[in-house]
Design a protein. Structure first.
Length: 196
């Protein structure tokens, strides 16, 4: 692992986990399962969108950076509250651009970044099969255009999504618990940038 162990980074405290990736990468499923396994509170970033933003996305309109500003601020405020009250938490969020992640991570060294990596083909197939979600598959192109992979200096825990969510969570749990995280389980996430 290129980043410091979790317990060195957070002084033994359980800091919040920010689970990022494109729509269709399984952020909500993995985030919810992860919080359940750890006994932490959970929120999905979609909950922080305004009704207007949700309606716009449902109609196929991609959000602009200006649209996303209040959304990111609301997520950041929730993270601050979780940190201030000592309540370990997981939040899943697309955070497609480095600037978005910086807005959520800067000044919050307790937060661990978890990146769910998958090929565009796999994500497109998942979106095409998804039912009843306000984010249409047609917006994947705009996400791919905006997406900036987490860089090594962000110290992401990178995990491939071509495996069951339970396997992803099983690999992440020991890395996010307060007294562990000095090693990477076999087949688990890594602190590095995936190829291409």
């Amino acid at each position: 692992m290129s980043g410091p162990p979790a317990d060195e980074t957070h002084g033994g405290a359980a800091g919040p986990a920010l689970v990022v990736g494109m729509a269709g990468s399984g952020k909500t499923t993995v985030g919810r399962l992860l919080a359940e396994r750890l006994g932490w509170i959970y929120r999905d970033a979609d909950d922080f969108h305004s009704p207007d933003a949700r309606a716009g996305m449902a109609a196929g309109r991609a959000l602009t950076d200006i649209d996303r500003g209040p959304w990111l601020d609301a997520i950041a405020a929730w993270l601050d509250h979780a940190i201030a009250t000592g309540r370990p938490a997981v939040v899943s969020c697309s955070a497609l651009k480095r600037a978005y992640r910086d807005r959520l991570l800067r000044g919050r060294p307790e937060v661990r970044l978890v990146y769910l990596h998958g090929t565009p083909e796999l994500i497109a197939a998942r979106l095409a099969a998804r039912q009843g979600h306000f984010f249409p598959a047609g917006l994947l192109e705009s996400q791919l255009a905006d997406f900036e992979e987490p860089e090594p200096d962000e110290h992401p825990l990178v995990v491939e999504i071509d495996q069951p969510p339970e396997a992803i969570v099983a690999a992440l749990v020991p890395l996010l618990r307060p007294s562990t995280g000095s090693g990477r389980p076999e087949g688990g996430p890594r602190n590095s940038r995936p190829p291409g």
